[in-house]
Design a protein around this ligand. Structure first.
Ligand code: PLP
Length: 429
């Protein structure tokens, strides 16, 4: 099925030489009318506050850790202009693996691959899809979710994009996740699911008991003979603001769950280490019983996907991440930024707990960069436009029933006014 936006572009190009030469994927590609284009509108008109951006911004400028800044002028030529290895700097890959274990202690004695470095988490998702998603191998994700998942699965890979309803009655919807995974398993014999926590756009992470339930679903499918690929998108890992959240990545539990489970972890410094523009992300594989030779073969396949697209990632950003990770001050600086986000979260939490709206209902949130509202009237776009026009406030419409606010990019002293305006404007829609 072709996306209507792709159809518009194809119609415009109809009869041209471009049209005559285009591939199937070329025909399917479109630019989502979503986060990037709404962010562009906000950049022009959000003069009061811009809550569209998935970065941590303070007083209008992205925060920059000193652990990066101080090394910028002192890098050697090998750390800047030299080609990087296809799978990334081996020392950085080894160091990132150590960090993964430190952040997820259950992985301590488990087998898993060395992380491979690619240009950002988006590249992880795209390459994983190149290897595992196609016309009769659908991808399952949450609804709502980050709009790039559908673009990658459906437009790039020509696959069906399936979704489970992420929330029901103010709770994470384990039942629908299970139903949709079972449905895919029945129809295709295998399941490919992407689970993203803290989630974009809701800002939700599962509690310890919900994480156990997710693991149970995967285990039961695997024990019933179904092959299950679980891709954990951990872009916002560690930004947890409540005590009952499962502290480890689901990858830590999937890694040795069953021979029928392929666990894949997408993570990286982009959000977690506040380095959005570095374009560095990691992919790590685990499956019970894979031999070393089989891990090497899988990593080699993945390297082929890198080699045949961007060849390798950028060297300077790898060098900067490497220096920063070895710098004792880095964790402390990260913690200061995390605390800043937590203070913003606390203010948003207090606001939504103390205000009622007939139109807006906050989706569950406890972590990450964002929170979202369910818009009962289905008029999310109208509310977004009015907020931008009359209040100079930019937020994102994910779909007609979902508005996303990036509190990561709203200063503490503006949160009360921004949310007051959102509630006031929503009253009219
Ligand atoms: C859930 C999620 N995954 C992946 C990414 C992509 O990260 P990167 O900038 O490293 O490609 C984003 C970015 O917004 C995201 O929100």
């Amino acid at each position: 099925m072709i996306n209507p936006l792709a159809k518009d572009l194809n119609d415009t190009l109809s009869g041209t030489v471009v049209d005559a030469l285009m591939s199937d994927m070329g025909r399917r590609l479109y630019f989502p009318n979503g986060i990037i284009s709404q962010g562009g509108e906000a950049a022009k008109d959000a003069h009061f506050a811009n809550g569209t951006i998935g970065m941590a911004v303070a007083a209008g400028t992205p925060i920059e850790l000193d652990s990066y800044k101080k090394n910028m002028p002192s890098l050697t030529p090998r750390e800047t202009v030299a080609y990087a290895k296809t799978a990334g700097n081996p020392d950085l890959r080894a160091l990132w693996k150590e960090k993964i274990i430190a952040k997820n202690p259950s992985l301590k004695n488990k087998q898993f691959s060395l992380p491979i470095l690619v240009p950002g988490l988006t590249a992880v998702l795209s390459y994983v899809s190149d290897l595992f998603v196609d016309v009769d191998k659908p991808l399952l994700a949450a609804d709502p979710c980050w709009d790039n998942y559908e673009l990658i699965a459906a437009a790039r890979r020509g696959a069906e994009f399936h979704q489970f309803k992420c929330f029901e009655n103010g709770k994470f919807n384990i039942a629908d996740l299970e139903a949709k995974m079972k449905a895919d398993a029945e129809k295709y014999g295998s399941v490919r699911v992407i689970l993203n926590f803290p989630q974009n756009p809701s800002g939700y992470s599962p509690t310890v008991s919900e994480a156990k339930e997710i693991v149970r679903i995967v285990r039961e499918l695997a024990e019933a003979g179904k092959k299950v690929l679980v891709l954990s998108d951990d872009a916002y890992f560690g930004l947890n603001y409540e005590d009952d959240i499962e502290p480890q990545s689901l990858f830590a539990y999937m890694a040795d769950l069953h021979e029928n489970v392929l666990a894949i972890k997408a993570d990286g410094p982009t959000k977690e280490d506040f380095a959005w523009g570095f374009r560095a992300g990691f992919v790590t594989f685990a499956s019970k019983g894979l031999t070393d030779a089989q891990y090497t073969a899988l990593v080699t396949k993945f390297m082929a996907a890198i080699r045949s697209s961007v060849s390798c990632s950028s060297t300077p950003s790898q060098s900067l991440v490497m220096h920063a990770l070895k710098d004792e001050a880095h964790e402390k600086q990260k913690l200061e930024c995390r605390n800043m986000l937590k203070r913003r979260y606390d203010l948003v939490r207090a606001f939504v707990n103390n205000h009622k709206s007939d139109v807006l209902e906050p989706l569950p949130f406890n972590s990450g960069y964002f929170m979202s509202f369910h818009v009962k009237s289905g008029k999310a776009e109208e509310i977004r436009k009015e907020l931008l026009k009359s209040e100079g406030i930019g937020i994102i419409q994910i779909d007609p029933y979902t508005l996303r606010v990036a509190f990561s990019s709203i200063d503490e002293d503006k949160i009360d006014s921004v949310y007051t305006s959102i509630y006031n404007v929503a009253k009219n829609f």
